[in-house]
Write a protein that binds this ligand. Sequence first.
Ligand code: SAM
Length: 253
Amino acid sequence: MGRRDEAGLDEHTACQTGSTREHLIETYRKKAKHYDMTSRLYPVPGYPQRTQRLRTVQALGLRTGDTVIDLACGTGLNFPLLQKAVGSGGRIVGVDLTDAMLARAQDRIKANGWSNVSLVQADAAGFDFPAEVNAILSTYALTQVPECAEVIAHGTAALSAGGRWAVLDLKVPGSTPGWLAQLGTATVRPFASIDQWIMRRPWEAIRAAMQEELADLSWTELVFGTAFLAAGSRGRSVSMDTDSPSASAEVGG
Ligand SMILES: C[S@@+](CC[C@H](N)C(=O)[O-])C[C@H]1O[C@@H](n2cnc3c(N)ncnc32)[C@H](O)[C@@H]1O
């Protein structure tokens, strides 16, 4: 498991986000052991989480042999679906901030005998994406990352032309009064401030960033607007000037 440091944050921000990160890591360290079991109740018992994961992986349009990054992968609940899509000739890279969640992911890899899955302990905000990946997904995690818009941009830059990004996460339905949203999310966001999460409306930042970065964004609200699936492709580069082979521009975005 590699380890990368947070990068690109100024001292003030690093200090502020540092304590939030530590709190988050502590929270997930406590959750890791029983996460696979308790996540079935997430955000409420009976929530169609498995169906949503399946839709997200399908939205990536993966092919045999592809390389896919599962950002904030947790214990690797998406790995079986990804594995089925890319096959043993493909590659899966799981990235997460919390060591204990990655340890459970490592158990899953070992139990299944997968040799094409690697794990990286890193902050999504400073993650150095490998170049030319075919797809990136993040499920139930990216709204926790304050720098989510930058993460979308960094990820897009690492995608091969036509490569796909998909984000699945919870949100507050548009018409929900503030107090009800707070009550509803209190159960699912036990770390950091629920108020801040609601006020920040990170799903809007994710949508705007994906709209900006990707050629063909699709945005689907799920379960009465309590979750969203956003997916799109990196535009293809085309030559702008035949005299200058290096000049190129993105199509779409
Ligand atoms: C609710 S769990 C979701 C895990 C997994 N994606 C899933 O669908 O089951 C959130 C995960 O996001 C990770 N996480 C939160 N903030 C992160 C960050 N800034 N960088 C990397 N991982 C982060 C946590 O460690 C945790 O494993």
